[in-house]
Design a protein around this ligand. Structure first.
Ligand code: FES
Ligand code: FES
Length: 155
């Protein structure tokens, strides 16, 4: 067993884990943060995207031990003081989801995109979301939601 410590959604956590524990397993199974989903487990679908030290990563491709000492944010950490993050609000407003399975990963990826590029074109959004698969929406409303969130966050 291995001791890992990190800050998750602003809270310090320390747990004993099997060294093979993936970050996504750590979040879901050890911390009960089940908003981070597992769609493929092979680094393709993006349902498991979280932020580690501010950057989006697929939590199924990283060991919990690799995040040791880091700052992790999951979808549960985005809303502040009972207020949805503007990206969450935009997905709700513009119907950027149907079943919702891909949504946490989409939102975490989109928040990272806007940190790097506060005014992305539709093409840039679609390119950025290449690693996030949605089986429901056809992406149109997801892209629309991200464009509106970008506007809201700039104003
Ligand atoms: S579960 Fe991680 S990319 Fe699909
Ligand atoms: S909303 Fe169902 S997979 Fe994207």
């Amino acid at each position: 067993m291995l001791t890992v410590s990190m800050t998750v959604n602003g809270q310090p956590v320390t747990k004993e884990v099997d060294p093979r524990t993936l970050l996504v397993q750590f979040l879901r199974e050890h911390l009960s943060l089940t908003g981070t989903h597992v769609g493929c487990d092979t680094s393709q679908c993006g349902a498991c995207v979280v932020h580690v030290d501010g950057a989006s990563v697929k939590a199924c491709t990283m060991l919990a031990a690799q995040a040791n000492g880091g700052e992790v944010t999951t979808i549960e950490g985005l809303a502040q003081n009972g207020e949805l993050h503007p990206m969450q609000a935009a997905f709700k407003e513009h119907h950027g989801l149907q079943c919702g399975f891909c949504t946490p990963g989409m939102i975490m990826s989109a928040v990272d995109l806007l940190k790097q590029n506060p005014d992305p074109s539709e093409h840039e959004i679609r390119e950025w979301l290449e690693g996030n698969i949605c089986r429901c929406t056809g992406y149109h409303n997801i892209v629309k939601a991200i464009r509106h969130a970008a506007q809201d966050m700039r104003s």
